[in-house]
Design a protein around this ligand. Structure first.
Ligand code: AMP
Ligand code: DBH
Length: 546
């Protein structure tokens, strides 16, 4: 168990840490110092446009200071964790920078998460606070806060952006600035906990330090051409690692540019904002990029300010990449990243084959990439293997999860990404698929095991196997093969509706449910789940092709 008052640590071996410092990757920058300095240097420039809000850097800084002092006045103590679940609203960044300033540690939840996921984050992080919007995208998060408080998990403070009802209103936060820490945090301390998609079971918490994360987006800025003239549209959920840091909103703040928040990634909404704010850069998952490319042909909006469209989160096939480029007159950049660290980009001046056909190469000369076989032996370039990585912004362990750490890291500190890749001679990676049974549904990573666990709790479900099925629009969809308990089987919509009552994110609800009489067992006896899923998927696809 972690003492709330001891800053969480994430440690690299001394020799590697010395190397990362000597190379200038880790510069001792921290988030509070970053905003203070930008507020000074870019004071009257626009930092954020979201809804009716339009804040300068000075305004963002002022709000973050007020929130920080207010949270400490409410009794939260530096080092404690606070789950943040806000949509794409300006307050998201004021809250996050406020937490950094107070020495509190944000834990990033997505708007789609529900009580099951949030309770898991609160438990794992031993969170003391929870910040939500009153309503977002038609959902009332105050009901979620009430459910959580009833679980008695140690949450002491709920702060609401908007109508707070019985909770603390963000707008009411106030505190004596003397409460604020006098010194900037240790740049090696953990600034926040990001969440993983979770390949086995529930999401894991990813501790990122000031030094490592700031390096990742500062270096991304150079690769992506972000400057103080950049106007970046956050079309994906703001808390996701991609629009946050690759180079994302934080990269743009580092450069002194403008971040524009879109309440939805739908073309109608996003295109109007692009035209109005003269947006230059944005990032999307593949299905959205295809949708945008199609919608661009007939839009009345002027998209001519767009310079770079980044696509990542799931595999963009060469054919899809070609369609994106044909539909949108912008530079395409493929991004293959992970909240655990390693981010790869195609470079803006790469040749067309590289941009269309690869997922890029790492940010840093100190990113170590290994592509290995089943025995852990490196395979030659051009052959497919498991991707392992270690480097100046890749974590060395998850937060409070020994079992996951034993599985996910090698003895010498390489992170097992779970991705199968092929490395080209120039170091460019081509993603081939995954080693684990997780489903990448339009960039949302979903653990097959987690969905199976929920379905197994259904009274009429005897057994279940959840697999990914290729899908034209989503990339992959969730298919659940269900053995009913009796002939009186529930209807698929009933199962879906029931799963909704379990308090899980809607993107985890199976897209398709197929009833089967039995799972055939191999001669060897008990089949592994992994083999079973692979066989069910193969049989299903073979039948579909008939
Ligand atoms: P997470 O660990 O939840 O942050 O998810 C990161 C994972 O998303 C990676 O390990 C990949 O499996 C997947 N991913 C991200 N970007 C791409 C991409 N451009 N192509 C293929 N897979 C991707
Ligand atoms: O999918 C991801 O997690 C991801 C994709 C692109 C990511 O974390 C990133 C860039 O930083």
């Amino acid at each position: 168990m972690t003492d709330p008052l001891i800053p969480l640590r994430q440690t690299w071996p001394a020799d590697l840490a010395a190397r990362y410092r000597a190379a200038g990757h880790w510069r001792g920058e921290t988030f509070p110092a970053l905003l203070r300095e930008r507020a000074h240097r870019f004071a009257e420039r626009t930092a954020i446009v979201g809804g009716d809000e339009r804040w300068t850097y000075a305004e963002l800084h002022r709000r973050a200071e007020t929130i920080a002092a207010g949270l400490l006045a409410r009794g939260l103590r530096p080092g404690e964790r606070v789950v943040v679940q806000l949509g794409n609203i300006a307050a998201f960044y004021a809250v996050v920078f406020g937490l950094f300033r107070a020495g509190l540690v944000p834990v990033y939840a997505l708007p789609a998460h529900r009580s099951t996921e949030i309770a898991h984050f609160v438990r794992k992080a031993q969170a003391a606070g929870y910040v939500v919007a009153d309503r977002y995208d038609g959902f009332d998060y105050r009901t979620l806060a009430r459910e959580l408080l009833e679980l008695d998990l140690g949450l002491r403070e709920v702060v609401v952006v908007g109508e707070a009802e019985e909770f603390t209103a963000l707008a009411s936060l106030a505190g004596d600035p003397a409460l604020l820490p006098r010194e900037d945090p240790d740049p090696q301390s953990v600034a926040f906990l990001q969440i993983s998609g979770g390949s086995t079971g529930l999401s894991k918490l990813i501790p990122r330090t000031h030094d490592d994360y700031i390096y990742s987006f500062r270096a991304s800025n150079a690769i992506c051409g972000i400057t103080q003239d950049s106007v970046y549209l956050v079309a994906l959920p703001a808390a996701h690692n991609f629009p946050m840091s690759s180079p994302g909103a934080l990269g743009v703040f580092h450069a002194g540019g403008t971040v524009v928040l879109s309440p939805s990634p739908a073309p109608e909404t996003a295109f109007a904002l692009i035209a109005r704010e003269r947006v230059t850069d944005t990032g999307l998952v593949p299905p959205l990029a295809l949708l945008w490319a199609q919608a661009a042909a007939s839009t009345p909006h002027d998209l001519s300010s767009l310079r770079v469209l980044q696509v990542g989160g799931a595999k963009l096939t060469p054919e899809a990449a070609r369609r994106v480029v044909a539909g949108l007159p912008v530079k395409l950049q493929q991004v293959f990243g992970m909240a655990e660290g390693l981010v790869n980009y195609t470079r803006l001046d790469d040749d067309e084959d590289t941009i269309l056909g690869t997922q890029g190469r790492p940010i840093s000369p100190d990113d170590e990439v290994l592509v290995v076989d089943d025995a852990g032996q490196p395979v030659p370039d051009g052959e497919v293997g498991y991707l392992l990585t270690r480097g100046p912004y890749t974590i060395r362990g998850y937060h409070n999860d020994d079992a996951a750490n034993a599985r996910s890291f090698t003895a010498d500190g390489f992170y097992r990404t779970g991705d199968m890749v092929l490395r080209q001679p120039g170091g460019y990676l081509v993603v081939q698929g995954r080693a684990h049974d997780h489903i990448n549904r339009a960039g949302e990573k979903i653990s097959a095991e987690e969905v199976e666990d929920h379905l197994l709790a259904h009274p009429q479900v005897f057994d279940v196997a959840v697999v990914s099925i290729p899908d034209d629009y989503l990339g992959e969809r969730i298919c659940a093969f269900v053995i009913p308990r009796s002939d009186d089987k529930p209807r698929p919509p009933e199962i879906k509706a029931w799963m909704r009552t379990r308090g899980v994110a809607a993107f985890k609800i199976p897209d398709q449910i197929v009833f089967v009489a039995a799972f055939d067992q191999t001669a060897v006896g008990k089949t592994s789940r992994k083999e079973l899923r692979a066989r069910l998927r193969a049989e299903f696809l073979a039948n579909e092709a008939k």
